[in-house]
Ligand binder design. Sequence first.
Ligand SMILES: [Zn+2]
Length: 153
Amino acid sequence: MSEVLIYNLGGGQVLGRVSLGHAIRMLHRRVAAVREAVEGETFGPYQRPVSVELVRYVHTRWVYERTGRVPYSRAALLRRDRHRCGYCGAPATTMDHVVPRCQGGPTTWMNAVAACEACNSAKAGRTPLEAGMTLRSRPFEPVLADVYPHGRV
Ligand SMILES: [Zn+2]
């Protein structure tokens, strides 16, 4: 009755059940967020959860421990590239598909670089060669420590 379902990030996959107390501790440690709550009931500062959903970092570790691969995300890409544009080195806030999506380029670590807005819009739907732009470094698939150096998001 007081068990809480744990969902993976995205809410599609049930990973297991824990006690209400365990779920509250997960909320407190910010490794999970309330997904569904019991209407009008609270538990300390939290809504009383029926189910909780893992936050991104836990999701990432969960996938990493099972596959040895870091799931791609835009936020993790910006950390992999140290928030520097792959073309000019300026502070980067966007993600660029090296081979653009309109030419069939996938959204993967090996086809993604951090980019500043100016380079991203200058390059548009072209490859670096077509756009006359040079990548400062080759995209790579990171390990967990590359994108979560402090063990957190
Ligand atoms: Zn740039």
